[in-house]
Design a protein. Structure first.
Length: 76
């Protein structure tokens, strides 16, 4: 698969419905029930460095930008 998203291939497969059904069956990403890819940052969509505490649901990079506005103080 040469595209980043599995749905982009549909334009080529619309002429072949049987191959399209087989492609969807085997190449569609699975629904996540656990793991790192389940939680995403509400602000930017990153999956890594996720801060879930206090119901923030943002990544650490976004937290650094928004910490002052949220009421957090830097100790040092």
């Amino acid at each position: 698969m040469t595209t980043s998203d599995h749905r982009k291939m549909f334009t080529q497969l619309n002429a072949k419905p049987i191959k399209k059904a087989k492609f969807i069956k085997f190449n569609q990403p699975k629904d996540r029930s656990c793991g790192i890819a389940l939680r995403k940052c509400k602000n930017c969509g990153r999956t890594r460095g996720h801060i879930n505490k206090y119901g923030l649901h943002i990544c650490r990079q976004c937290f650094r930008e928004m910490a002052q506005g949220l009421g957090f103080k830097k100790f040092s």
